[in-house]
Design a protein around this ligand. Structure first.
Ligand code: ZN
Ligand code: MN
Length: 484
């Protein structure tokens, strides 16, 4: 019997949209966002009889960049094939894809493993193909259901990246996708904010059991959730002595569950054959002329060397192109002086505050962030006030209010750190001690926690402005004066 606590095995097939201006085999624009359905179509992408496809060179260049960045072997001769099946979103009744001669084979992507450290996830292949159209389901039970078809997406260039089953948890699958997205963004071949730009099919099994395919997951978070659901479902079946069926399942995003789908076509049902309207693709000599930019791993190493970032900060900061650029902009004027604080305040604090507000980094002004880091570095404000200033900055942006500089916020809210001779701080300490005889008594009896309590009380009274180091010294003195 299979062990319910057995090894989880995950492999992914990822469809990524290449961010070209025109479609894969015709001149139709891929930017249909502001236009109605079926406005970006022509005889080629509508699959009308006699229309001849012409390959988009840019799409192949982008695909090769990806293949090279992912350490793949680019083949001597790639070939397009027709994958035949009937579905209303597929106007030609076949998809032009690559089958037995994909553009690239092998390769790997390095991720942070669950055990810590880097691990290589091997890739099987990368091939180029066109996207089908899109069905929009309308109507309701009373008035009748119907579907509309929109071919604006038909012919959009995709690459399909197939991994080996090298991931060992839903979390590793998420890390693979994050790293893949970062790599594609660094290559400038991909826009992760476009709808449908990344779709995932995941294979998952418990060692010794049949594998299950979860189809068409459309969000990054969805992949981890769908796989976590599957791990629990499959382990429960094994525990009850039941067998896991080899099947295709769909992920229902809204409910967070997977559901058994129709039985999948077998490969031979597709009657693949070479696309007669396109010549084989020989790109080997082209590969060498493709120059890659700095990729996430190299940038991570550089952040550690150049800015003294910790591994985990460097990982976070370089994990997204925008974030890495933002960090470098913030510290540009004084990399040596600002980097240590900027790394923490961006990687730890800012990201948390942005997530909390569901706010994009685009809306944060790097100059304002530099200003905040400078105030912290100069010791003008405490860490606690730093967070307050950041919150005000973000909320002003979010509400579209006039943005104040960090200096102005500090002044307006009176957040300048109290110095040791600050009368307000001395008064706050006196008050806190006088108001809490019980804490004083506890402290006298050797309860260290009582001191923390008093520190907290003073902080409250000074609204977080007190420098913790100074406060501790002064509090200790005040207690000594009372013979504690
Ligand atoms: Zn077209
Ligand atoms: Mn595909």
């Amino acid at each position: 019997m299979t062990d319910p606590d057995g090894q989880v095995i995950v492999g992914l097939e990822v469809h990524c949209q290449l961010d070209t201006k025109s479609k894969l085999f015709c001149g139709c624009s891929t930017d249909y966002r502001n236009d109605g359905p079926n406005t970006h179509v022509c005889p080629i992408c509508l699959g009308l009889p006699g229309a001849m496809p012409a390959l988009n060179k840019k799409a192949i260049e982008y695909a090769m960049k990806v293949a090279k960045a992912l350490n793949c072997e680019i083949v001597n001769e790639a070939e397009f094939s027709r994958k035949n099946y009937f579905y209303p979103d597929l106007d030609k009744a076949y998809q032009i894809t690559q089958y037995d001669k994909p553009l690239a084979e092998g390769g790997y992507l390095e991720i942070e493993s669950d055990e810590g450290g880097e691990k290589k996830v091997r890739l099987t292949r990368i091939h180029v193909e066109e996207d089908p159209g899109r069905l929009v389901h309308m109507g309701n039970a009373e008035r009748g259901k119907y579907s509309l078809v929109d071919y604006n997406r038909a012919g959009i260039p995709l690459i399909e990246i197939v991994s080996e089953p090298d991931m060992r948890s839903p979390k590793e699958a998420r890390k693979f996708l994050n790293k893949l997205r970062a790599t594609l963004e660094y290559l400038s071949v991909f826009d992760s904010e476009k709808e449908g730009s990344l779709r995932v099919d995941a294979n998952i099994s418990i060692k010794g059991s049949e594998r299950v395919e979860v189809k068409n997951i459309t969000s990054y978070k969805g992949v981890e959730k769908a796989l976590t659901f599957e791990v629990t479902r499959q382990k429960n079946l094994i525990r009850r002595g039941q067998k896991i069926d080899r099947e295709t399942r769909h992920y229902l995003e809204a409910r967070g569950v997977t559901q058994s789908a129709r039985s999948k076509e077998q490969e031979h049902d597709y009657r693949y054959f070479p696309e007669p309207d396109l010549r084989p693709l020989r790109v080997k000599s082209w590969v060498d002329s493709i120059v890659l930019p700095e990729l996430p791993d190299a940038r991570r190493e550089r952040f550690m060397k150049q800015y003294g970032c910790s591994l985990s900060h460097a990982r976070t900061l370089t994990g997204e192109l925008k974030l890495a650029n933002f960090f470098e902009q913030v510290v540009r004027e004084d990399p040596h002086g600002l980097s240590p604080l900027a790394a923490t305040w961006i990687a730890d604090t800012l990201i948390g505050e942005l997530n909390y507000r569901d706010m994009s980094l685009d809306r944060v002004d790097p100059a304002a962030m530099t200003g905040l880091v400078r105030l912290l570095k100069a010791g003008t404000i405490t860490d606690k006030s730093g967070v307050e200033v950041m919150r005000v900055m973000l909320d002003q942006r979010l509400k579209g209010e006039a943005a104040e500089t960090p200096d102005a916020i500090v002044k307006r809210l009176g957040l300048t750190k109290s110095a040791g001779d600050d009368g307000a701080l001395i008064a706050a300490i006196e008050e806190a001690v006088n108001e809490n005889p019980k804490a004083l008594e506890d402290y006298r009896n050797g309860e260290g926690k009582a001191l923390n309590f008093l520190v907290g009380q003073v902080m409250k009274k000074t609204r977080g402005k007190a420098d913790p180091a100074i406060l501790n010294t002064m509090l200790a003195e005040a207690l000594k004066k009372r013979g504690v």
